[in-house]
Design a protein. Sequence first.
Length: 315
Amino acid sequence: MGLAEDIKQKAFQLDFDSVGITDASPLNDRQFKLFTDWLASGFAGRMDYMRDNLDKRTNPAKLLKNAQSIICLGLNYTPPCCEQLLPDDTAPMGTVANYAQYEDYHSFIKKQLRKLADFIASVVCTGFDFKICVDSAPLAERAMAARAGLGFIGKNHMLINPQFGSQLFLAEIITSLKLPVDKPVEVNCLNCNKCLSACPTGALRPDGHFDANKCISYLTIECKGETPTDLAQKIGDRLFGCDECVLACPYQANAPVCKNRQFKFFSDRAKLNLRQILSMSEDDFEANFVGSVFMRLGLERLKRNAQICLDNMTC
């Protein structure tokens, strides 16, 4: 096998579910215009970081000198189907997005990527430069993953893998190694609009645009201010994030569950007691959620979300 195949085999041994390679060229003109038009429209809401480092976000070579290739990886996080045992089934409960039921994926995936980088270093004859990226780096990772053949960008604006659906954590290693590239997949959403119909707030617009200002994931996780009343009422019992557009996708229907047993899953986080959250201290919050993506949200915003959910249940 060649180096590229060796890298892919090692990635699968590390329990990544999908891997592909693309070059480090910038977004094409169409992709660049779509992204900049989206920013100009105000659809990014208060996510100012999306506007920062535009040159790096749209051109991977700006993130690493002498960048030649991008190794794109996907980790399936479809959770197992399990019944949660509730000590009090009358308590008001808030729903948590599937990805947040695991340990913080940033830290976990970075460790796995370092192992992959160490493997590459052990087999190449000469030194090489690399940069590990997991979500927080300014990189258009969905576009890069699609270019590397991991899937296609669907009408829900997520990367959709024909085998694993949309519940994939994406990660990349940008490297100075010149590797053979993979071809994009030749499938798409065709005439399916199930994700648009499933979106509770109309964030997925009929014209194909995505308005983050209305997205429940944005409102419950990214947005730091007050939630507009009309949108708060549509949040329902969603305490942290929203999976509606993902779960409505036909490609998600037969997706296998996460096979990576090293990636810690907490079944008791699927639904959380809203009154307990409202009475939490900072120490309680840290004790319950250390090492999870809840820490990025913080207790104040979690309480804001819990109050919205409780208000929706009692109105």
